[in-house]
Design a protein around this ligand. Structure first.
Ligand SMILES: [Zn+2]
Length: 316
């Protein structure tokens, strides 16, 4: 049985695979096997597969696997819901997820300041005790949605990751994503950049995607990500791009992930990437020429991939 959540010994907290991945790449989690079963009376060992991969696609998505034996009392092994909910009340103010709403993921555009807090268990400490303490000191509610315990999503990469996971567990049609207060079906949240007229685009930010060239900027202070296809305005094609400065990367908690991916891609003979970003294009004029540009709010709003992580119908 797959686990939606596990207790991380490195982070001393209950995490889902997306958060485990973020904490690994920000350096809080260092061992991909340092997880245990989240149930109260069980410490079956758990590993988070693909945690250390800087790639994700239909085959390589971070997920938990139990490699130890569950205790006899373990409610997960017996198929009962766990009495734990991953939604931290504190992070989310008054929003509490109930079981019947648990298939709506909430995409938040800013991480709470406490997201990367390090707690960590002292070496040699009793995992049962630490887990119990985490359960009582972290502001989790005591209820649980059995069909996927979900915390809010804070990055476009996690949206892609959840999409892949829901496709493979065949729950995609029941899943919705809440962006800026609006629920939309998962299947409809991605829009390809493909010669659309700027006037026909939604007047609010959405997740755009497409193949792009990744180059260092002329001033050598960052990367230029130029989509292969342009947006149009009437008959004119407008070069469509976005810039990621080195300073922006340096200030990003997951800079290792972002720096590794961008530099590997920029060094390729054919420096192309499959890019997702959350935003809304704006027109910029330079040397009397108009361009369509995306300004990123933060680096969680862009996901740069070596290849198309989604099924082939997206791969264009
Ligand atoms: Zn267990």
């Amino acid at each position: 049985m797959p686990l939606d959540v596990a207790y991380s010994i490195d982070a001393d907290d209950f995490v889902d695979p997306d958060r485990a991945y973020d904490l690994y790449w920000s350096g809080v989690i260092t061992n991909k096997r340092a997880f245990v079963c989240p149930a109260a009376d069980c410490s079956a060992q758990v590993t988070c597969a693909n945690l250390d991969k800087d790639v994700q696609n239909m085959r390589v998505v971070p997920h938990f696997k139990v490699y130890g034996a569950h205790s006899e009392a373990c409610c997960i092994a017996s198929g009962d819901p766990v009495d734990l909910e991953i939604e931290p009340a504190e992070m989310d103010g008054h929003e509490r997820r109930t079981v019947d709403q648990s298939i709506v993921d909430v995409f938040k555009l800013e991480r709470p300041a406490s997201y990367y807090d390090e707690h960590s268990v002292e070496p040699g400490a009793d995992v049962h005790v630490a887990k119990k303490r985490a359960r009582s000191t972290r502001p989790y509610t005591q209820k649980l949605g059995e069909s996927g315990i979900v915390g809010p999503i804070y990055s476009v990469r996690s949206v892609v990751s959840r999409y892949i996971r829901y496709r493979s567990d065949e729950t995609l049609e029941f899943r919705r994503l809440n962006i800026a207060g609006q629920d939309v079906p998962y299947a409809s949240i991605f829009k390809c950049i493909w010669e659309q007229d700027l006037d026909d685009l939604p007047d609010h930010p959405i997740i755009y995607y497409g193949w792009a060239y990744v180059d260092r900027t002329k001033a050598n202070n960052g990367y230029r990500i130029k989509f292969k296809k342009n947006f149009k305005r009437g008959e004119d094609g407008l070069i469509t791009s976005c810039f990621v400065s080195d300073a922006f990367i340096e200030n990003y908690k997951l800079k290792n992930l972002m720096a590794v991916r961008l530099s590997k891609i920029a060094e390729k003979d054919k420096p192309t990437a499959f890019v997702f970003l959350y935003g809304q294009p704006a027109i910029r004029t330079s040397n009397e020429r108009d361009y369509a540009n995306f300004d990123l709010k933060n680096l969680d709003m862009i996901d740069v991939n070596y290849d198309c992580p989604l099924p082939s119908r997206y791969d264009k």
